[in-house]
Design a binder for this molecule. Structure first.
Ligand code: ADP
Ligand code: MG
Length: 216
């Protein structure tokens, strides 16, 4: 593995179902990504994008092939090790925000760090909250926020845990066009500050090109 390569997948194949009823969702996919890159993955509905993301994030296992992150062959890890690796090194942002309804914005953002008894860098946290325009929403509950604000909280939560790799599955798919454009800008600003390796799934070619240096 090249020194600056952070993630590599080798001959990744995922087949769902059995002989009579099988779907080949991924067929021998290989690529590698350098640390700090912003990569978009585009493809039509059903082309295997979410499947790929789940395998990269260790959420599901490949039928064959490898995912190597930071020199670790993640699907060779035993379950507990993989769970810990996922919590520390992988941030996932979905289309729906998965915020905890009884916790306020700040509590939601720092929750993953607290689960691992890790200290949150308050300055970093405040900068993140500022870039995402959440200063005046910090004590609000999720149901007091718009969809765009809830997704900003989900982005802040993923970044606050300082993962090595961020995986996003059509995160702006449920938002109106204007909010979507704003969030694209804020996401790029956040990426430029932190330079985390980002995978961004979209079916929107324009969005992929606006955001990414590399499009798969
Ligand atoms: P995308 O995210 O690009 O829309 P997916 O990765 O969700 O595509 O799905 C790829 C293919 O795999 C589709 O044909 C889908 O129906 C199938 N698929 C996805 N998840 C499952 C599953 N858990 N069981 C069976 N088939 C699945
Ligand atoms: Mg999908």
């Amino acid at each position: 593995m090249n020194e600056s390569t952070i993630l590599k997948c080798e001959n990744l194949t995922k087949i769902y179902g059995n002989e009579d009823n099988k779907t080949i969702a991924l067929d021998d996919v290989s690529f590698s990504v350098k640390k700090g890159q912003f990569v978009s993955i585009i493809g039509a509905s059903g082309s295997g994008k979410s499947t790929l993301l789940h395998l990269l994030g260790g959420v599901d296992k490949p039928t064959s092939g490898k995912v190597i992150i930071n020199n670790i062959d993640i699907h060779q890890l035993i379950e507990d090790q993989l769970a810990e690796f996922r919590r520390k090194e992988i941030g996932i942002i979905y289309q729906f925000y998965n915020l905890l309804p009884i916790m306020n914005v700040k509590e939601n953002i720092i929750l993953p760090c607290q689960l691992d008894k890790r200290k949150v860098d308050e300055k970093e946290l405040n900068d993140l909250i500022h870039v995402l325009g959440l200063e005046n929403r910090i004590a609000h509950l999720p149901n007091q926020l718009s969809g765009g604000q809830q997704q900003r909280v989900a982005i802040a939560r993923a970044y606050a845990a300082e993962p090595e790799v961020l995986l996003m599955d059509e995160p702006f798919g449920a938002l109106d066009a204007q909010t979507r454009t704003q969030l694209q800008t804020e996401l790029l600003e956040t990426w430029q500050r932190e330079k985390k390796t980002c995978f961004f799934i979209t079916h929107d070619v324009e969005e992929a090109i606006i955001l990414a240096q590399t499009v798969i």
